[in-house]
Design a protein around this ligand. Structure first.
Ligand code: SAM
Length: 255
């Protein structure tokens, strides 16, 4: 799937807040080498650069569109185009940071141990993933996708991997970690403007579905999804739309 950095950054403040809160829980003081996995347009990398200006900082992403925006951001980092399903750390990283990335990559039972093994002794793996796949924003995509003949176009498309329970991730990390900090937060986001949840989803989880369709089916599919969203997420008289969003956070310190 291709990414559109402009669409992603429409809600930059809301998307970057969990990265800030994840970063605040990392205890590493003077890291030598730090990587932002799935750095996107560089919004999360900018936070890492500000906290650890002396570290060797890498922004790694598979999307050329996202990396072009990251490079233009002037954040003091080195940028690398790589697929994290294949990538493994060549050096012991002091911090591996992945905000809103790993839900796009399956097989967390293999992936997280591999990332833990890429850490230097005492280094930290810090991960945040959405855990809202059973909320209407996502279930409505799936139900509209199933409802008509266009369902055939969605076979095998790359969508996000449902994120499991905190207990599941504790069990995956436990054999590799000296300490694990796991928590969840539900942000009750008050989004401004028309069709706010639709615009949010257009920057992320809706993209694989949109890209799988051609016109006129694409517009018909989107019209049905938008109508369903309007019922589930009504816009308030004040103009804001409440969009509750649960996220799972973990910081694991390597042995
Ligand atoms: C939702 S954005 C997160 C951007 C940023 N980290 C933030 O905090 O807002 C997810 C990023 O993960 C990247 N990504 C998804 N799958 C990937 C993979 N297999 N390898 C590398 N990057 C991947 C996407 O290209 C996208 O830029």
């Amino acid at each position: 799937m291709t990414w559109d950095p402009d669409s992603y950054l429409v809600f930059e403040a809301e998307r970057t807040r969990p990265a800030r809160e994840l970063l605040a829980r990392i205890a590493v003081q003077h890291p030598r080498c730090v990587a932002d996995l799935g750095c996107g347009p560089g919004n999360s990398t900018a936070l890492l650069a500000a906290r650890w200006p002396d570290a060797e900082l890498w922004g790694i992403d598979s999307s050329p569109e996202m990396l072009a925006t990251a490079r233009a951001s002037k954040v003091a980092a080195r940028w690398l185009q790589a697929d994290l399903t294949q990538w493994s750390a060549q050096t012991g990283y002091d911090v591996l940071f992945a905000n809103a990335t790993l839900q796009w990559i399956g097989d967390h039972e293999q992936l997280l141990p591999r990332l833990m093994q890429g850490l230097a002794q005492g280094g930290s793996l810090a991960v945040q993933m959405p855990r809202n796949f059973d909320e209407p924003s996502h279930t409505l995509i799936r139900s509209v996708a199933r409802a008509k003949a266009w369902a055939r176009s969605f076979e095998g498309i790359g969508a996000t991997t449902p994120v499991g329970s905190p207990e599941k991730y504790f069990a995956i990390l436990e054999p590799y970690a000296a300490a694990i900090d796991l928590w969840e937060t539900t942000y009750v986001q008050a989004l401004e403007g028309e069709e706010a949840v639709y615009r949010w989803m257009s920057g992320t989880g809706l993209r694989p579905f949109v890209q799988a369709l051609r016109e006129p089916e694409r517009t018909e599919f989107l019209d049905e999804y938008r109508a369903a969203l309007a019922t589930s997420y009504p816009r308030r008289a004040s103009g804001v739309t409440l969009f509750p969003f649960r996220r799972l956070f973990m910081v694991a310190k390597a042995r």
